[in-house]
Design a protein around this ligand. Structure first.
Ligand code: GLC
Ligand code: GLC
Length: 816
């Protein structure tokens, strides 16, 4: 069952009923000011950091699930009837409803008794504000007298504090109202130099800034007393819950449309220029007033919206494909790329499942996210790499997380996730291949942000690999530390205390738990490092990488091989994990994917065996589960993985992040049918028709789909902020369609299903545009053997680098 449809031409998903199985959200903003918005206008906004600079309130895990938002109310001032044009929060039945989630904006339109309302929410480029452009049309044959109310509840900036410290919070709320603009300035008098504002383009009939006055005691957002009575109270907040609401009266002739613009924004003043007049306690508004005035103008709003559309057209233009498979085309051309940009901006901070107050930016997550957006915004990828690397420790180890606002490593979580450093090598290699900017390797970058400790980024990468080699276990495999990619495989933590963190608790000394997965990851990273070293003429490093990768690959093929698949690990006591010797958790997906990605076993049959085992034991119609059999008991020696009920999350859920590794592995092994088959199983667009089972948004990947051991097999959770986005993008674009940036050119190496024929790709790369046509005979299963580049025959499958900027390069790829 579907709850909407894709509008590919407008690059929108159109939700056609408000009661989706879960709130289906979208993101506003792409630079510093952000928001999440659901299909019924729920959500919140923040400046840079969802925890430290939260502008508006949202209460997670509410009933209904999605409450708190950018709500507008309409009231028929003749009948007294009122409704929410976004359905929530009044939930009055609407005669018509649609929510168009587009790239960086959402438009919610509805009709109720002849009154049509359409609200477009977006953040203009380069601004720290959001626009709500409301158009109200009277479709009745007679004039209509309406009241329009806006509403937001202000958050007292620090979202965790806002949710917990009520003895203080109920006394500190402060606002200013000037020229109809509502300014939220809690704590501005003292240490903050930022404030929020909420403005309206129309003359006001009134306003409210105290929540209790607006809603009325014992009432909720579904029936605010002010809306019911049709009259604002001009309340001024002193403590309690500051909010913003404008009341506008609209007298509309039959057929008339009126546009009303609301602007909600964030502003900072220099610390020594906070007040006007100086010495007073009133906000200095001289900088912000022109900005407000500008965006209350409809023409400016229209132009800003068009710029936003153009921005996305340009970004997505980096890669466009025409394959004839609508799910591939739609995800690659629009939604997967968009999701990669969102994970770039948000890391794992703010979604319907991430409260914005938990994690900062993950070291491994951010490096992997990079793989999905580096081609669209290389300059920002560069900046991100340098930020991440600056949190690396002198040992080569890494803080597991860092805070986006301070860019400092997070001490509470600390370090010791032994896979972390290797991802930096992969991230940097991807960046250099995309851009050719080898100069980044010479950038001085500090360790642990300590001034004076700057060393070239290249040395950071060397230390990353050394970190693994310095920490090998009894079999010669890398020690796992607190966990590797699988945060929940905690082989050195033995927890009996409820609430204790599996990831940071160290309660048993002397562990020698080893990870086969990190073994594979190391081999992959060392190969990338070798290529970078050779380009710098650093033969010593290249040799070291070559040799240590070869040794590690051997260890993986022996101590890491179980007979029909790669093992997962050795635990604290040296007992194997992920082996036929185990009763539960015999085979895990991660080492099958990562070892084959590193090329291990491709030439001696091990990879083929591992892939067959995955297909037989782990693949389900909804994707590939993480391991089998699921753990039914709590295994203290394995940690968090066995705390999840069977089929969920890391305990045999379909942890989607890992699935593309198998798609890539299938492609590397030459099985185009198998690769695309796995791709289609978790492709959200292909799952749209089972939205009642899948439940999450059909336009983006979710972190997890419940596995075959779960009673809700096929149900997705934790949509949006997941490494699944970047890895699927890599799998489909670079390995299945095979358009792969490399140091010396653009490789055209598709591995697609036999039944496919020709397909086309446009790829911007190193300042040129490659117009690629792959000429594939239907039924062919081989690989591209030669190219015709601008009409000249080229042996092999690498299209060379451009010779001049702006070049258009025509490539025809031919199978043998
Ligand atoms: C989450 C984490 C990621 C981890 C994965 C598996 O997605 O963000 O870092 O690799 O879970 O545990
Ligand atoms: C929990 C989640 C896991 C995530 C981790 C991040 O363990 O289950 O997926 O990676 O938290 O801290």
């Amino acid at each position: 069952m579907r709850y909407g449809y894709f509008d590919n031409d407008r690059r929108e998903y159109v939700v056609t009923r408000p009661d989706t199985p879960l709130p289906w959200i979208n993101y506003l903003g792409s630079e510093a000011y952000f928001g999440i918005i659901s299909n019924t206008a729920g959500g919140y906004s923040f400046y840079r950091d969802a925890r430290l600079r939260r502008l508006t309130r949202y209460r997670y895990n509410n009933a209904p699930l999605d409450l708190g938002g950018r709500y507008i109310y309409l009231r028929d001032d003749e009948s007294g009837e009122f409704w929410s044009p976004s359905w929530q929060p009044t939930q009055r039945d609407l005669d018509a409803y649609s929510c168009r989630h587009g790239l960086g904006y959402s438009t919610i339109a509805s009709g109720f008794r002849g009154i049509r309302a359409e609200t477009c929410y977006f953040v203009p480029l380069g601004e720290n504000l959001e626009i709500w452009r409301v158009r109200v049309t009277n479709e009745r044959p007679a004039p209509a007298n309406l009241s329009l109310f806006s509403s937001v509840e202000f958050c007292l900036w620090e979202a965790l504090e806002d949710n917990t410290n009520f003895q203080r919070n109920y006394s500190i709320g402060q606002v200013e109202i000037e020229d109809g603009v509502i300014y939220h300035k809690s704590e501005y008098r003292e240490r903050r130099n930022h404030f929020a504002y909420f403005a309206c383009s129309e003359p006001l009939a009134g306003f409210d800034t105290q929540r209790d006055a607006f809603l009325g005691p014992y009432r909720g957002w579904d029936r605010p007393i002010v809306v019911e009575r049709g009259k604002a109270t001009d309340s001024e907040a002193h403590g309690w819950q500051p909010m913003g609401s404008h009341h506008v009266r609209l007298a509309l002739a039959a057929g008339e449309t009126r546009e009303v613009v609301f602007v909600l924004g964030y502003s900072e003043n220099p610390k020594d220029r906070k007040f006007d007049p100086p010495g007073s306690q009133r906000i200095d508004k001289r900088t912000v007033k022109p900005v407000i005035a500008k965006y209350l103008d409809s023409a400016v709003v229209a132009a800003a919206f068009q710029s936003l559309r153009d921005y996305w057209t340009d970004l997505l233009g980096t890669l466009q494909v025409e394959t004839g498979n609508e799910h591939v085309d739609r995800m690659v051309n629009i939604w997967n790329a968009y999701q990669c940009m969102v994970t770039f901006n948000m890391s794992r901070s703010a979604s319907l499942f991430e409260s914005g107050i938990g994690r900062g930016m993950g070291f491994r997550d951010s490096n992997q996210d990079l793989l999905g957006f580096v081609h669209m915004i290389p300059a920002r990828a560069r900046e991100r790499i340098l930020d991440i690397a600056a949190t690396q420790l002198p040992t080569g180890g890494a803080y597991h997380q860092y805070q986006p606002l301070t860019k400092r490593g997070n001490n509470e979580v600390g370090s010791g996730f032994n896979d972390d450093p290797a991802w930096l090598v992969l991230g940097v290699a991807a960046y250099v291949k995309e851009t050719g900017d080898e100069g980044i390797l010479d950038e001085p970058v500090p360790y642990d942000n300590a001034p004076g400790s700057e060393r070239p980024l290249y040395e950071h990468l060397q230390r990353s690999l050394r970190y693994t080699l310095d920490r090998l276990g009894p079999h010669g495999l890398p020690l796992i530390g607190r966990a590797d990619w699988n945060d929940c495989l905690n082989l050195n933590c033995f927890s009996d205390t409820p609430g204790e963190s599996f990831q940071t608790t160290e309660n048993k000394a002397g562990g020698v738990a080893e990870s086969v997965f990190i073994g594979g990851l190391f081999v992959l990273a060392a190969q990338e490092m070798k290529a970078l070293a050779l380009r710098r003429g650093d033969e010593t490093e290249a040799g070291l990488c070559h040799d240590s990768a070869a040794v590690m690959a051997d260890v993986v093929e022996t101590a890491g091989w179980d007979g029909a698949w790669f093992r997962r690990a050795y635990d604290f006591f040296g007992k194997v994990v992920g082996s036929s010797e185990n009763e539960e958790g015999q085979i895990f997906i991660e080492p099958q994917g990562m070892c084959i990605l590193a090329g291990i076993g491709l030439d001696n049959g091990l990879a083929a065996k591992a892939l067959a085992s995955v297909r037989e034991r782990l693949a389900t119609p909804h994707g590939i589960v993480l391991q089998q059999p699921a753990y039914t008991y709590y295994h203290r020696e394995l940690g968090e993985i066995s705390t999840y009920p069977q089929g969920y999350k890391e305990n045999a859920g379909i942890f989607c992040h890992t699935n593309p590794w198998l798609m890539i592995a299938e492609a590397m092994a030459g099985n185009g049918d198998g690769a695309l088959d796995y791709y289609m199983r978790i492709n959200p667009s292909a799952r749209e028709e089972i939205s009642d089972i899948h439940r999450c948004e059909p336009y983006v990947y979710a972190q997890m789909i419940a596995g075959k051991d779960a009673p809700t097999h096929g149900e997705a959770k934790n949509s949006w902020l997941t490494g699944t986005a970047a890895w699927n993008f890599v799998a489909i674009s670079q390995w299945i369609l095979g358009i792969r940036p490399e140091h010396d050119g653009l490789r055209i190496d598709p591995c697609v299903p036999a039944e496919w024929g020709d397909f086309k790709v446009t790829r911007r790369f190193r300042g040129a545009t490659y117009l690629i046509t792959v000429r594939k005979p239907v039924g062919a299963t081989g690989r591209v053997a030669n190219l015709l580049v601008d009409g000249r025959a080229v042996a092999g499958n690498v299209a060379q680098l451009p010779t001049k900027p702006g070049q258009v390069i025509d490539v025809e790829a031919h199978y043998r």
